[in-house]
Write a protein of this length. Sequence first.
Lengths: 662, 129, 275
Amino acid sequence: MQRIGVFVCHCGSNIAATVDVSKVAEMALMEPGVVHAEDYQYMCSEAGQAKIQDAIHEKKLSGIVVCSCSPRMHEATFRKAAERAGLNPYMVEIANIREHCSWIHKDMEEATKKAVILMRAAVAKVNLNTPLKPGESRVTKRALIIGGGIAGIQTALDIADAGYEVDIVEKTPSIGGRMSQLDKTFPTLDCSACILTPKMVEASAHEKIKIYTYSEVEKVSGFVGDFTVDIRKKARSVDMDKCTGCGVCQEKCPSKKAPSEFNRGLNNRSAIYTPFAQAIPNVPVIDREACIKFKTGKCGICSKVCQAGAIDYEQKDEIITEKYGAIVVATGFDTINLDKYDEYAYSQSKDVITSLELERVMNAAGPTHGHLERLSDGKAPKEMVFIQCVGSRCSDDRGKPYCSKICCMYTAKHAMLIRDKYPDVNVTVFYIDVRTPGKNFDEFYRRAVEQYGVNYIKGQVGKVIPQPDGKLLVQGSDLLDNKQILKEADMVVLATAIEPNPDVRKIATMLTASIDTNNFLTEAHAKLRPVESPTAGIFLSGVCQGPKDIPETVAQAGAAAVKAIGLLAKDKLLTNPCTAHSDELLCNGCSTCENVCPYGAITYEDKEVNDHGIREVRRLAVVNSALCQGCGACTVACPSGAMDLQGFSNRQIIAEVDAICR
Amino acid sequence: MSEKKKQAELIEEISGVNPLKCMKCGKCSATCPSYNEMDIKPHQFVSYVINEDVESLVNSESLWKCLSCFACVERCPRDVKPGKLIDAARQMVVRQRGQAYLSPDEIPELLDPELPQQLLVSAFRRYRR
Amino acid sequence: MKYSYYPGCTLRTKAKDLDDYARASAKALGFELEEIEDWQCCGGVYPLGTDEIANKLSCVRALNAAKEKEQELVTVCSACHHVMKRVNDDMRNVEDIRTRANNYMELDEPYQGETEVLHFLEVLRDKVGFDELAKKVVNPLKGQKIGAYYGCLLLRPGKILAFDNPENPKIMEDFIRAIGAEPVIYPYRNECCGGYISLKEKDMAKGMCDKITESAEGFGADMLITACPLCMYNLNKSSKKEIPVVYFTELLAEALGVKEACAGAAGEDEKEVQA
């Protein structure tokens, strides 16, 4: 028989305002096995933990129930406290009477009744708990970064500088990401390339960093400290070792009609290409869809002009398999598709562009060589209109419910740069709210208004109306003047909402990392563990976790690196002992459990068993406890009842249900 | 409950709109083809309901200037759809006896030979019970 | 192929030609429009109030009649189409309206939105196919530059009407191409003509119609097509421009070579009505 202590937490007024905590403690004393019960204001405090430890010693407790907040919050805290008092930590169970009870109920009597029931279930379980001992697993001292933008590059540099090996896998032909497409950066207006390219060079030259560009993560297995990852190196059709990056192939390539991804489709590139001049690696790839040689079999000009003999039409995709201890997701973002916002005439007029496209227009290496001009006729604009919140803050099914965060600042930047370089161009910004929290941010926005005379109008635009003469009529609200205004413009720029890179869903599934309804990766705790995924060993860097600007991205990238380093610095990790195991005498080798296991932790072996005196060789399920995550899918699937989960045995769960239904 | 609050709640009930979802972006007023004819502007409908001033709303010119063209309904990013609010206010008026905006006596002088039935029917539906 | 057909009141009187040309074209294209018996007026506007039931019942009757014949329901008039599709959506998705309407109607089997409502243009696009239509054109309208005027009722609210992209539609442009003419895309094609406002506020309707016709002409349209008798009336009556406005079915009948046959019939009926 267990000797159980029940500890009921007030959590200040979080629980005590709705649940009669002393009543719960009082009722606990009537439960079988309970020899001690008390309530206290903050169980998680040092004094609260001391109460648990004292009771363990004085009452010789063999099991503990803490009625408090969610086990996600403090299970580890209380288990450690019990362990310090000499108790096996797995003899501690949490009854969640905060999130599951006090926070969601109003009536004290009802809530108290429910809290008592939850306490009873936990006591019933502890009565059947057995001490468990975690195993150990080794840590591969290498990190994988998925995504080679500024977030991925910064995380890689920080981990590598700490002395660990890092691999970056980047889908496109070069690292650099979105930041490489930007012209200038707020609030200091320094050139994006000038601050990014040194970091790209540093990453590529770092002896601890290996970069796989034009590559994608194909498969991930294993667990924290010991991931096995298949990486597909897509066929570049160019030998990375032989290519000197001279660029002659790109010049001579006769197929120049493929839209340039780097310039957002505003101009075209050749079929053999590097996305931009400072690309790293400076080795082109052949776009096989656009290449004449691949389409018709005739051409081969690039091969003929390549002095280094680097062109290789026969190259095939290659899959390599690597081991990693930690994985950092840094997959970044894209702007949303504007198909559902045709009232802004984006698809009808070439002179309606997104802000990211304007970055390319303003950039010296862009489609207009940095000259501000209309993309329809090349004429210099006189009136420019910016529309904010296009697809952001929308609770209909067209846009995104969140604020994209960066648009207010980059629009102020664009407006200022245009007024500075082209003082005769009038700039009008239609905004709903100007949101500029951040160091020197509001000052920056005010500078656009006060010093550069940018005309900010509070109100959204209803429609952009192309005119027969090529101008655009912008019909918008001026809410402060209570007017509907019609403004003629030469160019309209849409502050288009950002969304996580669409590939993130696939990657999150591979990593069993959770994502929210907007496809942003979920952090382990919104405030206290913002760069870790709830899945152990997976870390988050940059916009894949939520909208952020460059300074925030770099800060978060560093934080993700620190968390990854903290993991890589360990030689061994304790494994979760709550894993599945199969009863040899009950298992009939049917393979049902193997089919449902999401972690590939179950295999089958032919093994001799002694079944009540009968010795025979049977096909039996064997669980690899290092791979098992304790999800319990196999235990419910097993038709013979052979599969059971330590710490969550069928008997324990039935006992809990019985206690609730009593 | 005060009479004013009851009226505001009736508007919410008839329209099925939650005015608190509005973020005051003004896209409805930026969209409305009747904007210049309206005394209370589309983006203001919401605050009249929130402030329980349904009386001003039902006495407004706007009630009879809305075209039911659904442009604000289509473009509202917050699912507030001001056109539904104004239609609810109009309903409140025309459901009261003698409050119709259009009287059958007026019809003959408004007619012309090409005028389609659809016009009469829809005007009647919107302007009187 | 047979469809249930809901012409609506205006197509029986002032817009008789919209109806005649639709029927003749349907025949030429090999499908039949079987008029619903004893149909009643749709009401012209969709009642937005969530508590309105009585005004929706005439549509429910028509929808149920199509259901009983196991046919899809075709409309031509924009207003009828709008009201019919929205009431059908209510019957599918709004439990309160469905229950109350069915309680009132006492049908053998409750109506739950089973019928598919199709606009004549949707039949051309989704059932006949514009490519097939183009093949049947005997009299292509070569060289004509035609602006499609959609108005409000065919397109909005986009989610319920599910007719086309409400901000940048293309079904009528594709139709114009299929009959051999050249579509002119202009930004006011989905702006309101003034609708019922023209009964009392002629000036308001005029301002709106002027914007539409000016924009269409500015982009080079020689002619506008519409599916709505009210839009037709407003554009003809209120705009200072004199750009011709015709029903899309008239051009369809012309392209299919069946216009002459029914033009006479339309005239006859008109006389009868006047008599």
